[in-house]
Design a protein around this ligand. Sequence first.
Ligand SMILES: C[S@@+](CC[C@H](N)C(=O)[O-])C[C@H]1O[C@@H](n2cnc3c(N)ncnc32)[C@H](O)[C@@H]1O
Length: 239
Amino acid sequence: MIQKRKASSIVAGRKRESGKKKLTKYHTKLDKKMKSSSQAYLKRQAKDIYVKMAVEQGFRSRAAYKLVHLNGEYNLLKPGMSIVDLGCAPGSWLEVIEKELGKNCTVIGMDKIAIEPVGDYNFIQGDFTEEETFNQVVDLCPKGVDLVLSDMAPETTGHRETDHIRSMMLANIAVDFAYKALKPGGNFVAKFFQGGEEQEMRNELRKHFDKVQFTKPESSRRESKEMFIICFGYKGKKD
Ligand SMILES: C[S@@+](CC[C@H](N)C(=O)[O-])C[C@H]1O[C@@H](n2cnc3c(N)ncnc32)[C@H](O)[C@@H]1O
C-alpha cells in the first residue's frame, strides 16, 4: 500500500513548458536515495493497470490476473476439484480460487514464504527443492488431485540464462510432482522464463498428457520472459 502511494507520487510530476515532466520534491528525494532499478520498478507499478485492479478488487498482488486470464481462456477451475498451488505466496492465486470455487474445492498451497491464510485452504511452508517439503505435499494428496498449478519463480538476477535455468529447475520439480500427484485426466500449469530448454520439457510432457501448449496470459508483462506451459489430460501414473 505504502509502495503504491510512493509509486503514484512518481508519476504525479507537473509538465514543464518544454513538455518534460518537472520532478516533484519527493521524486527528487527518491531519485537520490533509490537505485535506478527500484525507481524503474515503482514507475512500472504506478502505470500498471493490473496493480490498480488488484488494489481495487482486493487481491494481494497483480499475479492474481494471470490465473484469472488462464482460467478465462482454458476453464481450469471447476467446482469440487482438488488443487495444489506451488509457489502460492502471497496468496493471490488462492484468492482467485476462493472467488471462483469458495469452499467447493480442496486446496493445498505451498511456498517457502509464509502467507496469511486464505479461507480454510491448507498451506505448507517449505523449500520445494528439498525432498522433505516435496514429500510432505505428496503425502497430502493420497487420492490424487485434479489440478497442479506452479507459479514458482526464482529471484531474478537479470542474467537471462541464469534466470532461465533456475526457473526450469523449479518447473521440472513441479513436473515431477504432477506425475506423482495428478489423477488421470488431471491438468498441469507451470511458469518458467523462456530460454530454450522449455522445448525439451514440452516434448517430455507430450508423452504424458493429451495436449500440451505454451501460453502467456494477457496480464504477464510483455517485456518479461515469463511464460506458462499448460497440459491437459494426464494419461496416468508414470513409473
Ligand atoms: C511469482 S510468486 C507467486 C505468486 C503467487 N502465485 C500469487 O498469486 O500470490 C513466486 C513464488 O515462488 C516461490 N518460490 C520460489 N522458489 C521456491 C521454492 N524452492 N520452494 C517454494 N517456493 C518457492 C517464491 O517464494 C514466490 O512466493
